[in-house]
Structure formats: structure tokens, C-alpha cells
Design a protein around this ligand. Structure first.
Ligand code: GLA
Length: 731
């Protein structure tokens, strides 16, 4: 039984296959957190929450009695509330009709059942009845009449617990939700904070730092999960590394403003909260209404960062994306963006597609510039009418021509945006996110359509359908190229203006749900000026996401490394582009560009008509390799072997191992060549007793030899040189 309740002691114990999570209800109805970590045999862990009581500067809550050592400020709490003697960052803050914000929750009841409930209106992980069990705990704040349901779903075969909550106003008066975080975990002791920071063209960069006393927060206030901070954090014990030690991973299934705060208190307690950012957020909850907070995923690993990542990968590969494409083989694509930018017509596009098709490419994607007056990025967004004059034909005809090369055809959209210079904006200036009387900032010459409004969503949906229903389009790239400023909605009253950003996200999710339902066979690839909205919520709709606008192979190693912390290989759009690279001007070999891009959803982003004969041969070889190595890369487990943060700081090496351990692929990239360096790489995750054959040389090794003694990459000098070694078990 993954969830048990000790009714006598009022203790809940949630067991995954590798972890235990224990909390209880004390005599005052307060929910106290006892333990989260590796599996333990006992459930009565209340003794762990004992703390020294404090007097004087530290307040005691009204119901504490002298000597009971109950002191909210030092107790590990299950879901903390603001303004009642807990001075740490808190998960829930409700402003009552009286204007005061003190909030307190007391346990009322609970339910335990098989399966996993929906997170209403929002993306979520899913599980069949026999794959998970759920605990719902109902608690209430007597003063405001707010009823809070905390949901915990325990996955039986993965060390994963998901959490979300619902706040319901069962009083007669309106209340304001000022903060509703999705998860709160109170741990104890020393931790490092691992997070993924970045910027456009340098997304999700791995960073690890010790947590000192006070707060460490990563957050987004841009209305999108963003290039700058991903809604992912891991708390790692200082001695934890890639392969050993305790790591707690957290990921929010949400694409809007988020915050994740770790707070180390003066008693060496460590609180972690993650959810919608309370900054610039307020939700007016009328009597009878409810508010649903997004889902937070919690992964526990006592086998290091690598095991945490592989757990996220398994969860997201099987329990997140609702597209049929998550498990279908992805086609090798070519996208015309870096090949032509806005300068093309149907003949040029067909020339690229035809050439690529002869080399093994399976899908041609027409990027930005095919609609309205879109010959540059200053006009046309929002006008989803095919520019037949520019193309020289209809979209249906273009799709037919592409199909005649034996290729699928795909199209770019940026549905949430509008250029001021567009027919749509001229007709509906109030449809954009704005504040009356305040000048609007533009980003890439565009404004954001107010997707919190149904009429706006319906208009865009219908105009997209018009295009999609009149051509054989089998792939859509959904882009999003600016963040929010001057946030306001013309459709909301003043007291609801701070709901705009969350209502926008709900509108976006509703749109995407409808889109997937109407076009279940379309392969949807997410994008946001590269990877500016690469989060589990977008991956619920789009099985692949354009990882970064930086297509330089060397830079991509850092980006794909950080992204792999929690997102599976099969979700990372990765393309071979031309050199000198358009973003960095770096020159890397065609082979290395291919080796890096093969560790993602593979494709090309260039003008194929410019290929030399040698490059044509290289493309053919890469396409063949893609098919040969597809299963081990897309369904295998990822092991990170070396990074430029290790050793002599010059190389990356990673490995995929099939589930049955019969196949492995190692890729090694030398970033910076130094003479006389010993370059030994040990593999991981193999069966020590099996014999593996190097498919190129025929040489055989025992798994134990490859893992303990390793391979020698000597004689391999040259910046950006790379090598793949493919092993198959022969016994
Ligand atoms: C964004 C995307 C690119 C490309 C352009 C088109 O920058 O990240 O891949 O689609 O928009 O304008």
C-alpha cells in the first residue's frame, strides 16, 4: 500500500518504490511534516519534529500551551500559512474580507484512492488506476472560511510524488488569495541549490551553490517560465554528486510566473516552496468559487543527480505528454529559418525540400514569413492568411509539392502575438494585453494578444483552422517570442487585474487542449525564441520543444546538458545548422554538429541546396545513423559521464543505455584540445557481466571493464572533435 493512515496517531505515510514521505496531524489539527527521504520502515516519526521551544522574540500560536514546545516558527510544517507565528516564507496567504491576511489551516478529513485526479484546467502528469494512489487532505481556515484540499499522488514504480491544491471559498464573503504555492517541504540540514539559469541562446545552464542562511529564490515575472530561470530546482546534499547521494528534484507543471524558494532558518531547518509567484498575483475568490494551483512534481533520489534526472525522464516519457507523438517515431526534419529567413518563395522552399528528401530527411518545416505582410518581423503577426503572392501558390499546393518528394509538411505559427502593423491589431486594438493610458512596450516589434479572453482565442483558433484545414499539414511549430509588460486586461474589472497572467495561462491551456483534440495527428513542436518556455506544462501538449535558438554545437552541449536535468532527450529539438554558426560564428565539423544534434529530436536548419558533395554524404550517413540509433537514444537511459565542470574542464561525454542493457551509445566531444592529457572515460549503467562489442572496430569488452577501466580517447586532439562509440551486447 503506497499510502497508509495510522488513525490512532493521525499519521500519513506515503511510500514510493524508493522513498517515504511522512506527516501527521497534532492535537490542534495542525499538519506537521515529519520526514521525506529514503524508504523507512516506521510511520510514527513524530519524534523527529520535536524542537526547542522559544520564548520572547518568537511568538507562539494562540492555541499552544506552555511547555508543549509547539512553536510554528521552528516546526516543520506540511503546508505553511502566513501571519500566525511562522516567519519563514509561507505557502498560503489569504486576505479576508476584513482586509487582514493572517491564515491558519486545521485538518478536517482525508480520502485515499487509486489513480490520479485531474488538475482541473491545467496540464498535469497522468497515471492509470494501478500506477498511482492519491491522498486528498481537506483543511480549513475557520476565520476566513477558506477550505483547502491538498493533493498528493504517489507513483508506485517511480520515486515520484506530485502535489497540487485547491482553495475553495465556503464563506459568505469574498476573499483574496495573495499566495497559493503548490508544494511546501520542510527538510533539515545542509543542502546545495541546483537550478537552471540562462538567457536567450544560452538556456538552462546548470548552476549549483550551497544554501546559506536566509532565502535563495529563482523566479519568473515575465509571464512565461522563461529563458532566465526554469521552474526546476534540485536540493542536493553537499556530498551528493552525479552518481551518489541524496537529491530532491522539483519541477512545476506551469508556464507562467513561478517562484521556487529555499529558506534555511536559524535552527538549520530548510523550507522549500514552489508554485505560482505571489509577486504581482492576487485572486479574488467569491463565495462558492475555487482556485486550482498547478501541479508540482517531486522526485527523490538517493543515487545522485543522474538517477533524479532519469526518474524525471521516465515520468515525462510515459506520464506527461498527451500527444500520440510522444511514443511515435519522430521524423527527421529540415526547417528553412536559418536557410532563408524571410526571403523565400515556393520554388526556393521546394528546392531545399527536394534536395533534403533525397538524402533521407522526412519532414519539411516552413518557418516564419508565409502569412499576411510578414516579410520582416515588423508586420503581419496575427494575420494568419496565406501570402499566396509571396509563395506563388496556395498553401495546399505547396504542401502537395512537398508531399510529392515523399516528405511531410509542417508550418510555423505564433498564435499568441500580434504586430501593431497588422490588420488584426487595426481592427481590435483592445485585444492586446495592456493598461489603458500607459504606453505599451514592444518586444520584437510585437504585442501579446489577451488569451484570457475567449473571443480573442476563438478568433485565432478559427484563423489557424482555416489554414490547417486547407493543406496537408502534419506538424506545427508553436512559437512565442516576447514576454509580458504593462500587464492588464480590458476584459477584467480593477479588482481582478492581478489575475490577468494566470487567466492568460488558463486560456492558453484551454486553446492548446482544443487544438490537440481537433488535430490529434499533428506533431506539435513548442518554441519560444528558442527554449524560453521549455517546461513540463508545454511538454504536456508538445512532445518536442525547440531547445534554443543557438544551434552552435559547442554551445548546445551546455544547453542540452542543463536541459537534461529533468527533460527527456526525446523532448529536445536539436538541428544541424550551417557554419560559421549564425549565432557564435564558430566553425565545427559536420560530424560534430550531427553527433550533438543526434542527442535530441534530430533535424537540419539550413539551406540544403548549398550542400557540398561531401556534406550530402554526411547527411545521408547521419540520417541512417538516426534510424539505427533511434531506440537507444529515444528510449534508452541517459548517463552523463563527464562535463567541462569536471577534470581538466575540456570535454563532454554522455551515454545512452537501452533498458535491457544490450545496447549503449557513448558520445564524446572535445571542446578544447590540450596536449598530453590522459582522456579516459568510464561508461555507466551497463551489465558488468555482459560482453559488449564496439560496432565499428569489432573489439569486445566486458561491461565491468568499460565501467571500471573505461575507454581511452588518446590521439583525438582537435577542438570540437567528436566521436560516437556504439556497443552491442553479444552474450
Ligand atoms: C523565433 C524562433 C526561431 C524562428 C523565429 C522566426 O526566434 O525561436 O526558431 O522560428 O522565431 O521568427
Amino acid at each position: 500500500m503506497p499510502i497508509i493512515f495510522d488513525s490512532e496517531k493521525k499519521i500519513f505515510k506515503l511510500d514510493t518504490n524508493e522513498s517515504s514521505y511522512v506527516f501527521g496531524v497534532n492535537d490542534h489539527g495542525l499538519m506537521i511534516h515529519y520526514y521525506y527521504g529514503a524508504t523507512v520502515g516506521d510511520s510514527d516519526l513524530a519524534y523527529l519534529a520535536a524542537r526547542w521551544g522559544l520564548s520572547g522574540v518568537q511568538a507562539k500560536p494562540h492555541y499552544s500551551v506552555a511547555g508543549d514546545m509547539l512553536n510554528l516558527g521552528t516546526k516543520p510544517l506540511e503546508y505553511s500559512t502566513f501571519g500566525v507565528a511562522d516567519y519563514r516564507p509561507t505557502a498560503l496567504k489569504i486576505k479576508a474580507a476584513s482586509g487582514q491576511s493572517a491564515t491558519n489551516l486545521a485538518y478536517i478529513s482525508h480520502k485515499i484512492y487509486k489513480g490520479k485526479p485531474d488538475v482541473e484546467g491545467m496540464p498535469e502528469t497522468h497515471a492509470a488506476e494501478n500506477e498511482a494512489e492519491t491522498l486528498e487532505v481537506l483543511a480549513c481556515d475557520e476565520v476566513t472560511g477558506a477550505y483547502v484540499t491538498l493533493f498528493y499522488t504517489v507513483f508506485e514504480n517511480l520515486p515520484v510524488i506530485t502535489r497540487h491544491c485547491i482553495v475553495e471559498n465556503r464563506s459568505e464573503k469574498a476573499m483574496n488569495l495573495e499566495a497559493v504555492y503548490s508544494t511546501n517541504v520542510d527538510l533539515q540540514g545542509d543542502f546545495d541549490f541546483i537550478h537552471l539559469w540562462g538567457r536567450p541562446c544560452f538556456e538552462r545552464t546548470f548552476e549549483r551553490e550551497p544554501i546559506g542562511h536566509g532565502s535563495k529564490t529563482v523566479q519568473g515575472l515575465r509571464g512565461a517560465s522563461s529563458h532566465f530561470h526554469n521552474p526546476f530546482v534540485a536540493l542536493a546534499r553537499p556530498n551528493a554528486c552525479e552518481d551518489f547521494g541524496e537529491v530532491y528534484g522539483f519541477n512545476l507543471v506551469y508556464s507562467g510566473n513561478f517562484a521556487a524558494t529555499a529558506y534555511r532558518d536559524s535552527f538549520e531547518g530548510l523550507r522549500f516552496i514552489m508554485g505560482i509567484n505571489h509577486e504581482d498575483f492576487n485572486w479574488l475568490l467569491e463565495p462558492g468559487e475555487k482556485f486550482v494551483a498547478p501541479e508540482a512534481v517531486m522526485v527523490y533520489s538517493d543515487k545522485g543527480i543522474g538517477h533524479m534526472s532519469r526518474t524525471f525522464h521516465k515520468l515525462y516519457s510515459k506520464h506527461l505528454c498527451k500527444s500520440e507523438w510522444m511514443t511515435k517515431k519522430r521524423p527527421i526534419l529540415i526547417n528553412n529559418w536559418e536557410g532563408t529567413y524571410f526571403k523565400f518563395d515556393a520554388d526556393k522552399l521546394c528546392a531545399i525540400a527536394e534536395k533534403a528528401s533525397t538524402l533521407g530527411v522526412e519532414l519539411f518545416v516552413l518557418d516564419d514569413g508565409w502569412f499576411g505582410a510578414r516579410n520582416h518581423d515588423r508586420a503581419g503577426l496575427g494575420d494568419w492568411k496565406v501570402n499566396e503572392e509571396k509563395l506563388g501558390c496556395t498553401m495546399g499546393e505547396l504542401a502537395k509539392r512537398i508531399n510529392s518528394f515523399g516528405m511531410k509538411f509542417g508550418l510555423w505559427f505564433e498564435p499568441e502575438m500580434v504586430n501593431p502593423d497588422s490588420d488584426l491589431y487595426r481592427a481590435h486594438p483592445d485585444w492586446v494585453v495592456h493598461i489603458d493610458g500607459r504606453p505599451m512596450s514592444v518586444g520584437r516589434n510585437q504585442l501579446i494578444l489577451d488569451f484570457s479572453r475567449k473571443e480573442v482565442r476563438d478568433y485565432i483558433f478559427d484563423s489557424m483552422c482555416e489554414v490547417l484545414d486547407n493543406a496537408n499539414i502534419e506538424y506545427v511549430k508553436w512559437d512565442y517570442n516576447r514576454n509580458f509588460t504593462e500587464v492588464g486586461s480590458a476584459a477584467l474589472p480593477p479588482e481582478r487585474q492581478k489575475e490577468t497572467l494566470h487567466r492568460y495561462m488558463l486560456g492558453l491551456y484551454e486553446f492548446l487542449d482544443k487544438f490537440i483534440e481537433r488535430y490529434p495527428h499533428i506533431l506539435l513542436e513548442g518554441c519560444s525564441s528558442g527554449g524560453g518556455r521549455f517546461d513540463p506544462a508545454m511538454l504536456y501538449y508538445s512532445p518536442q520543444f525547440w531547445t534554443s535558438d543557438c544551434s552552435d554545437a559547442a554551445e548546445r552541449l551546455f544547453i542540452q546538458h542543463g536541459t537534461s536535468m529533468c527533460y527527456p532527450t526525446a523532448t529536445m529539438g536539436a538541428h544541424v545548422s550551417a557554419v560559421p554558426n549564425h549565432q557564435t560564428k564558430r566553425i565545427t565539423s559536420f560530424e560534430t554538429r550531427g553527433n550533438v544534434a543526434l542527442s535530441g529530436t534530430f533535424g537540419y536548419e539550413l539551406d540544403a541546396t548549398k550542400f557540398t558533395d561531401e556534406e550530402c554524404e554526411a547527411v545521408k550517413k547521419q540520417c541512417e545513423e538516426y534510424h539505427k540509433l533511434y531506440d537507444v537514444i529515444h528510449y534508452g537511459e541517459l548517463y552523463r559521464l563527464i562535463t567541462p565542470f569536471d577534470g581538466d574542464r575540456t570535454a563532454y561525454a554522455w551515454e545512452f543505455v537501452s533498458e535491457d542493457k544490450n545496447e549503449a551509445l557513448l558520445t564524446y566531444v572535445l571542446l578544447y584540445s590540450r596536449p598530453r592529457v590522459r582522456r579516459t572515460v568510464c561508461l555507466k549503467g551497463l551489465d558488468p557481466n555482459k560482453t559488449y562489442r564496439d560496432e565499428e572496430t569489432g573489439r569486445t569488452y566486458k561491461g565491468s571493464t568499460l565501467m571500471n577501466a573505461g575507454l581511452n580517447f588518446i590521439g583525438f586532439e582537435g577542438d570540437y572533435n567528436s566521436k560516437k562509440v556504439h556497443f552491442k551486447a553479444i552474450d
